[in-house]
Design a protein around this ligand. Sequence first.
Ligand code: ADP
Ligand code: MG
Length: 259
Amino acid sequence: MAEPSSQALREDNLHKSFGPHEVLRGISAKAGKGDVISIIGSSGSGKSTLLRCINLLEIPDRGRIVVNGEEIALKPVRGGQMQPKNWRQVERMRTGLGMVFQNFNLWAHRTVIENIIEAPVHVMNVPRREALEKAEALLSKVGLYEKRDAYPAFLSGGQQQRAAIARALCVDPAVMLFDEPTSALDPELVAEVLKVIRDLAEEGRTMLLVTHEMRFARDVSSHVLFLHQGRIEEEGPPEQVFDAPLSSRCREFTGMRAH
Ligand code: ADP
Ligand code: MG
C-alpha cells in the first residue's frame, strides 16, 4: 500500500528477542519529513535495539519498516524469526539512514575526508571529485574543514563526532539516526556536537535521536518517545512528555534527569 509522501519513516509493531529476553515488545512509530523524534528511557529499555532494527543491523522478529515509502521486505524463517528477502535492498536502504553512534566509529586508518567519502565513492559510485567537493562543504558546515587530512586519533572526541555526523550526511540520508551521540564525550565537548545537531534540526532534517540530554530533547524535538522495557510507555509533544506525562515512570525518569 502506498504511504503518504510526507512520511520519511515508519515502524509497525516491531518485536525483537535475544534468546528468551524480549527486548522490543511491539514498537510502532512514524516520522514525517522534518520531524525530530527523541527517544528517551533508562538503560536497557531497548533504545539502541530499536535504532539497530530500523537500519537492519538487527533483524526484527516481527513487524514492518518503511523508509521513504518503501517497505523493507522481510520473510519468515524457522524459529519464528525473519530475514530480509533481498540484502541488496537492505544495503540500499541502509545508505539512506545516516547512523551516528556513541563511539564515533570512524575508520582509524583513514583521514577525516577519506572517512567521509568512503560510502559515496565505494557504495554509491559517486565520482570521487564530486564526493570530495561535497565532503569539504560538509566539513565546513560542522567546523572541521582544517582537519580534513587529519587522522581520527588526532581529533578530540567532539571533533570526531562532528566528523562522523558529516560522514552520515554525505549520503543525503532520508533519516538521521543518532544513538546517544554525546554520551561518550567529556562534558566540555558536548555543546559543540549538540549545536551541529540543532542546526540540522533547524534545517528540517528528519531525525531519530536517542539521548540523555533532556533539555536538548525538549528544545529540538517535535515528538518524544519514552521507552520502558521494550514498549512505548509515554509519547507526545515534548511539553506533554516532560511537563505533564500520564505515566508516573516517565515523570520519575525525566524528573531525575532535569537540571
Ligand atoms: P538501551 O539502548 O535502551 O540501553 P539496548 O537496546 O542496548 O538498550 O538493550 C536492551 C536489552 O537488550 C538489554 O538488556 C541488553 O542487554 C539486551 N541486548 C541488546 N543487544 C543484545 C544482543 N546483541 N544480544 C543479547 N542481548 C542484547
Ligand atoms: Mg543504548
